[in-house]
Design a protein around this ligand. Structure first.
Ligand code: HSE
Length: 428
């Protein structure tokens, strides 16, 4: 029997505790599957005395994660602290320099500092594995890097923030406003300590940046993502979209346009009949499209103790078996700088307009759209209230700039009772 694989685990929050539990409870299964015992040598966290509901007495304790990462009895440093810089990055770099492999769940660190860390790891002949960093328990990194290795990837899409999906689906079910459901989610502890990471789309964009690098062989480029959160999604739009046959999702999309890489995280409409529209509550879904395989849909828990620890253990097991490889699926020095697409690929758009109720108002809007080159596919006008006539329009495929031109011109028609809303419709 081979030597045990010895871990040093930094971070004993929900995920860290989940990893310790799996290693303790599934010792025989892990050894049977990898041919090695998976052992924990030492652990580290902010507070030693907190009762975490798991026995840590068998493991050495380190207050300093750098000291943990460089211990002689640690083969693999498991980084579960989080944060793009600070102790997580310092300890990861120390581990690599000390000749250790690294397993991390840290999407922020990889999305911002992934290229530098990949170069460092590969120069040291070490691995960084991070299945848990994207979409929790869904094995999307492995699927992209291994299962789809023979494909040119054409598009990656995903709902990758469970808190936002919870908020949007609760708004659908309850008819309550964004503000009401945000407060509910916060009260239930569903949001990050800084909720802007969730509702601002930042957490999901970190994950998209990582997938994008693997899918398209580019240096991870978080700043190249066009980013918009869910704060401006109103209950009126949730209702109106449903009426036109759509659901609203915080959707990440990355694809090649022929003139650069399009990366965006924004609220989009998806057809009611699509797999993405079926996604309820805090669940995640990633849709991968390859030139040979077609479309693959992966769905599962995007967060939580068991699912995220499951993903960490997949990486630990690979390292126990000696399965490593370049950090982003090809050597870091072969990754090219992403050229951001200047224009996004055309798409249909949803428009919600509130028109003043007077003769010719609709005609003026139709003219403005026509002059901008935007063609109407479907349109619905609702019963007028005292102040305005609500109108919904679904356009044929058009460009964002044409929509912006049309919306700009609507301003001077004197028939708008409120600012128009425009959302992209993603064809799935
Ligand atoms: N806040 C995140 C989510 C946790 O809701 O998906 C996992 O990144």
């Amino acid at each position: 029997m081979s030597e045990p694989l010895r871990l040093g685990i930094a971070g004993l929050g929900t995920v860290g505790v989940g990893v310790v539990k799996i290693i303790r409870q599934q010792a025989a299964l892990l050894e049977a599957r990898t041919g090695r015992r998976i052992a924990i040598s030492a652990v580290s966290a902010r507070s030693k005395d907190r009762d975490r509901g798991v026995n840590l007495n068998d493991y050495a304790w380190e207050d300093d994660p750098v000291a943990l990462a460089t211990r002689d009895d640690v083969d693999v440093f498991v980084e579960l602290m989080g944060g793009e810089d600070g102790p997580a990055r310092a300890a990861t770099e120390a581990a690599l320099k000390a000749g250790k492999d690294v397993v991390t769940a840290n999407k922020a660190m990889l999305a911002i500092n992934g290229q530098a860390l990949a170069e460092m790891a590969e120069a040291q002949g070490r691995a960084i594995r991070y299945e848990a960093a994207v979409a929790g328990g869904i094995p999307v990194i492995k699927t992209l890097m291994e299962g789809l290795a023979g494909n040119g990837i054409t598009r990656v899409m995903g709902v990758m923030n469970g808190s936002c999906n919870y908020i949007l689906t609760r708004m659908e079910d309850s008819g309550k406003t964004y503000q009401d459901i945000f407060a509910e989610a916060d009260g239930l502890g569903y949001l990050e300590a800084d909720p802007q990471l969730d509702v601002g789309g930042i957490d999901a964009a970190h994950k998209l940046a990582i997938l994008s690098a693997i899918a398209f062989g580019t240096k991870v480029d978080f700043d190249g993502i066009q980013l918009e959160g869910i704060e401006r999604v109103s209950i009126e739009d949730i209702r109106a979209a449903a009426d036109m046959g759509y659901k609203i999702k915080l959707l990440g999309v990355t694809q090649k346009t022929g003139r650069g890489l399009e990366q965006r995280m924004q609220p989009c409409l998806v057809p009611d009949t699509s797999p993405l529209a079926q996604l309820q509550g805090g669940t995640n879904m990633v849709v991968l499209e390859g030139d040979a395989v077609g479309q693959i849909v992966l769905r599962g828990a995007g967060a939580g103790e068991g699912p995220t620890a499951s993903a960490v253990m997949a990486d630990v097991c690979d390292l126990a078996r000696g399965v490593t490889g370049p950090v982003f699926g090809q050597p870091a020095d072969t990754l090219v700088a992403a050229t951001a697409a200047l224009t996004k690929l055309p798409a249909p758009y949803y428009l919600r307009l509130a028109l003043v109720d007077k003769p010719g108002a609709l005609a003026k809007i139709a003219t403005v759209l026509g002059e901008a080159g935007v063609s109407i596919d479907r349109m619905r006008q609702y019963a007028h209230d005292a102040a305005s006539a609500p109108v919904l329009i679904v356009t044929h495929k058009t460009t964002q700039s044409a929509i912006e031109t049309a919306i700009g011109a609507m301003d001077s028609t004197n028939v708008m009772a409120a600012a128009p809303v425009a959302l992209r419709i993603e064809e799935v």
